[in-house]
Design a binder for this molecule. Structure first.
Ligand code: HEM
Length: 489
């Protein structure tokens, strides 16, 4: 047994990558570790690695890096390669098994993990919940949540400027905003941090709290059925979460059945409950609730906090934005109830776009080839994991010019990039983010409302921020910033 294991390791590490792999002739990142390859470095510094390859070997469609035990990973490099994977052959690629196995145990087969025809059907049914006109109707609800967080900020800053972490507060705000907007679920994250539903949600959605469970579930089939404490904790959290969701769900079921024909509610719950083509089970609907909370909550927090960081580093941009918001809404937040008015702010739009471009909350996406396929003269074998380099596209000097890495909101006055894929923060193609419009409206409301009322500064001129990359990329250490309550708004 031991001898067989040794032979497997030797084959995986020495023989396969050099002589057998279909990618043996593809340009590869230097191997960092004989056993683990470059997997860890890529995970942590995916943008830098992809950028390094682009600089060294410009114009490649794909490059390669070694995973554990000589396994193959390839990175899409050129715009054309990305376009083919995401658009032309979108349904020949799926979410990789090591990601979907672990996550499906928690959020099930909602829109994020549905594949092929199932994905097309789910997407068609749910899309009306995200039309621009519908999304705009959430602005008053967002404003109410913002007012609640003002209280927290005012409390911290009542004795003058105060340094506090931004990420934890904005996580609470975005969770309540998404819950309310998509399903009418109040998670009470802002007003009751310790409630049962929220704790259950956090356990289910925070891999960093239980990395063992998430890793093992991803890589070991059937792991979640083992009688282990981590599995029991997860099952319990899932039960609590689902019981709480069910109460909201039942209220909605009654409302929809009472309104019958004239029911016009367009939140996802109402749409699913009214759908006569597919009889959604309660379990399936709960999967969608979990999917949308998870997909919409951390991403928007990442976007917000990175943009605040950029504004703290560029006080002149922050001041210009503040002046724009104050001029448009002289009466303060009470003036901000119209989505059209918020959306008409040009500089706000520029700042948000630029924040999202330079700091995409999901800097990479991953796919697995569902069949053998040739793209740009590269043979991709069924089962190969392909990395989609969102940050590389967003900051490509070819698409944006030599200052591509810099935060310059003014570039959006003239823009656009050489190619639509130059802004891939919400991905492109058949599986692009369905929540993009909702996210953009929500983020504009929050950014405008906070920058108009508070000043955000770096804690010292040499403050740096590293990336915390678990599920999404957020500022590590919660992003402490010096916050000052400003007069006159
Ligand atoms: C700034 C905020 C957001 C960013 C940067 C973002 C980014 C993304 C990206 C990159 C994907 C593709 C992931 C992949 O296929 O691997 C995606 C998919 C998705 N997003 Fe978002 N997202 C954001 C906000 C939201 C919101 C607010 C919602 C809903 C409430 C949402 C719901 C979804 C769903 C359901 C998918 C799967 C779509 C499909 O496969 O058809 N996202 N998002």
């Amino acid at each position: 047994m031991f001898a067989v294991a040794i032979l497997c390791v030797i084959y995986g590490v020495l023989v396969y990558p050099k002589y057998v792999s279909p990618y043996k002739d593809m340009i590869a990142l230097p191997n960092k570790h004989w056993l683990w390859g470059t997997y860890a470095e890529y995970g942590e510094h995916n943008y830098e690695q992809a950028e390094y390859m682009e600089k060294l070997y410009p114009g490649q469609a794909f490059t390669r890096f070694h995973g554990p035990l000589g396994s193959d990973y390839i990175m899409a490099q050129s715009v054309e390669a990305h376009l083919q994977v995401l658009q032309t052959h979108a349904y020949k690629f799926v979410k990789p098994t090591f990601v979907s196995r672990g996550m499906k145990a928690i959020i099930g087969n909602g829109l994020f993990f549905a594949e092929f025809e199932d994905h097309k059907v789910q997407r068609r049914i749910i899309t009306p919940a995200f039309t621009h006109s519908h999304v705009k109707s959430f602005v008053p609800a967002f404003m109410n949540k913002i007012r609640m967080v003002y209280n927290i900020f005012d409390d911290y800053t009542k004795d003058g400027p105060a340094v506090f972490k931004q990420v934890p507060i904005f996580l609470r705000l975005t969770l309540d905003a998404i819950g309310e907007a998509t399903f009418g679920v109040n998670m009470h994250a802002i007003d009751d941090e310790n409630n049962e539903l929220l704790s259950a949600y956090h356990r289910l959605s925070t891999p960093s709290d239980d990395p063992f469970f998430f890793l093992c579930n991803g890589f070991i089939p059937g792991f979640r059925y083992l009688p282990l404490a981590s599995n029991r904790r997860m099952r319990q959290a899932k039960k609590v979460f689902r019981e709480n969701c069910r109460a909201v769900l039942m209220q909605k079921v009654n409302k929809v059945s009472e309104m019958k024909v004239e029911g016009k509610d367009r939140d996802i719950l109402s749409i699913l409950l009214r759908d006569s083509e597919h009889n959604w089970t309660i379990d399936e609907i709960e999967n969608q609730i979990m999917t949308f909370l998870l997909a919409g909550h951390e991403t928007t927090t990442g976007a917000l906090t990175w943009t605040l960081w950029a504004l703290a580093k560029h006080p002149e941009v922050q001041e210009k934005l503040r002046q724009e918001v104050r001029a448009a809404f002289p009466g303060g937040i009470d003036d901000m109830n119209s989505a059209d008015a918020v959306e008409s702010l040009k500089y706000l739009n520029n700042v948000l776009r630029e924040g999202l471009r330079v700091h995409p909350p999901l800097p990479i996406a991953v796919r697995e080839a569902a069949e053998n396929i040739a793209i740009e003269n590269t043979f991709i074998k069924k089962g190969t994991v392909v990395q989609i380099s969102i940050a590389l596209l967003n900051k490509s000097p070819k698409l944006w010019g030599p200052d591509a890495e810099e935060f310059k909101p003014e570039r959006w006055d003239t823009h656009p990039a050489e190619h639509a894929y130059g802004f891939s923060t919400f991905l492109q193609g058949a599986r692009a983010c369905i929540g993009r419009r909702l996210a953009e409206v929500e983020l504009k409301c929050i950014l405008a409302a906070f920058v108009a009322k508070y000043k955000f500064e770096m804690t010292s001129p040499d403050q740096t921020v590293m990336t915390d990359f678990v599920v999404t990329a957020k500022p590590l250490d919660g992003l402490p910033l010096k916050v000052t309550r400003l007069e006159g708004w």
